[in-house]
Design a binder for this molecule. Structure first.
Ligand SMILES: [Zn+2]
Length: 94
């Protein structure tokens, strides 16, 4: 009950507070703005997120692509990162 005021509340840590593109099992933190890019899967479902998690999502989703409205620099960043990643990178500790 006497916790210092600068201790973050528990819901602000771990998987919470990350962008929607972050997989629940992916332990990595966000990188940059959390709405930097949007991934569209082959069924047309959209998922906005940071460049880091969009790339990881893209690497594991067959037929997925970056939303055409995403500015070219961010889209290229997501694609070039995804190309270097195995699908579901966090399962092998990356
Ligand atoms: Zn993220």
């Amino acid at each position: 009950m006497n916790q210092p005021l600068d201790t973050p509340p528990p819901w602000r840590t771990a998987s919470h507070g990350r962008c929607p593109a972050a997989a629940a099992k992916d332990p990595t933190p966000c990188e940059g703005p959390r709405d930097a890019a949007t991934i569209v899967d082959r069924h047309g479902r959209e998922s906005a997120g940071c460049v880091h998690h969009c790339a990881r999502l893209l690497a594991g989703l067959e037929g997925a692509r970056v939303h055409p409205f995403v500015p070219a620099p961010q889209a290229l960043d997501v694609y070039s990162r995804a190309r270097e990643l195995p699908p579901f990178a966090w399962e092998i500790g990356r």
